[in-house]
Design a protein around this ligand. Structure first.
Ligand SMILES: Cc1cc2nc3c(=O)[nH]c(=O)nc-3n(C[C@H](O)[C@H](O)[C@H](O)COP(=O)(O)O)c2cc1C
Length: 254
């Protein structure tokens, strides 16, 4: 993604919304061309194996609010790759919004046989997209139903990068993230799932974590304060009920 496109993605964070009702009809070749261009220029979280593919919803056997298209993610069978796939899906969702399309993650949906593997990678999660029948953006941040910043972090004061995570979408709007800082490092933790629902919910938690990292990364890049991202292995505080995911380091807090 070019710098001006990242600014565009950042602007969508504070106005996007999930769209559950779409105008019927296929997208034309011009629109599909622009979408494909965006898909090819996505910045990945890291080099773990993850890919996205646009498929007409009918062909994929995915039916959700008359959406004409779906965007399927494929990832190597490990959590790092699934995190990267979710990061890419959310980046694409923001990009679609810049083009005037609505989208919605559909956490439990799967494409039909024939689309469950792509270039040797298994299917992970998908979102649907198309022209919204109604609104695809919010008019003000007050329309987001979200926790307060103080519920997801103990980092004091206002921060634009933390606000970008606060506004992120999550499965069932659970917002299971916590953000901690050490100097200019921001560490993302996710709430652990109860053992009874772990199998079902862990993939959704990874998706939510990838989305949060996408918003954090996009804000840090757009505000010109991104230094590095990656997994720390030593000296991490243990947070009861939460698991560490990744760290994004800033050049200065914004
Ligand atoms: C991983 C994931 C899975 C989701 N699955 C569904 C779904 O199956 N059906 C649905 O209507 N919305 C789904 N959503 C949308 C969330 O309900 C929505 O993001 C959340 O309520 C916040 O609302 P907003 O996206 O409009 O800001 C999903 C979102 C995420 C991130």
């Amino acid at each position: 993604m070019k710098d001006n496109e990242i600014q565009g993605l950042y602007a969508e964070i504070s106005r996007r919304m999930s769209v559950r009702d779409y105008r019927p009809g296929e997208l034309d070749d011009t629109d599909l061309g622009k979408i494909e261009e965006g898909r090819k220029s996505l910045a990945a979280l890291d080099d773990s194996a993850a890919l996205l593919r646009v498929i007409p919803a009918e062909k994929a056997g995915v039916s959700f609010g008359h959406a004409p298209c779906c965007l399927c993610s494929y990832a190597k069978d490990d959590d790092d790759a699934r995190l990267n796939a979710s990061f890419l899906l959310q980046e694409m969702s923001l990009y679609l919004s810049t083009l005037g399309f609505g989208s919605c993650w559909v956490g439990m949906a799967k494409p039909k046989n024939g689309f469950l593997e792509y270039e040797g990678l298994p299917f992970f999660k998908l979102l649907v997209f198309g022209k919204a029948a109604g609104a695809y953006r919010r008019e003000s941040v007050s329309q987001f139903k979200r926790k307060n910043l103080s519920e997801i972090t103990d980092i004091p004061g206002e921060s634009k990068v933390l606000e970008a995570v606060r506004l992120a979408p999550s499965a069932m709007n659970r917002q299971g993230w916590k953000l901690y800082a050490e100097g200019t490092k921001i560490r993302l933790y996710m709430a652990n799932n109860n053992f009874l629902v772990k199998k079902l919910m862990d993939p959704l938690t990874i998706a939510d974590a990838g989305i949060a990292l996408c918003h954090l990364w996009t804000a840090a890049k757009a505000l010109g304060v991104f230094r590095a991202s990656g997994k720390e292995t030593e000296g991490l505080p243990h947070i009861k009920g939460f698991s560490y995911v990744q760290t994004i380091e800033l050049t200065e807090f914004k």
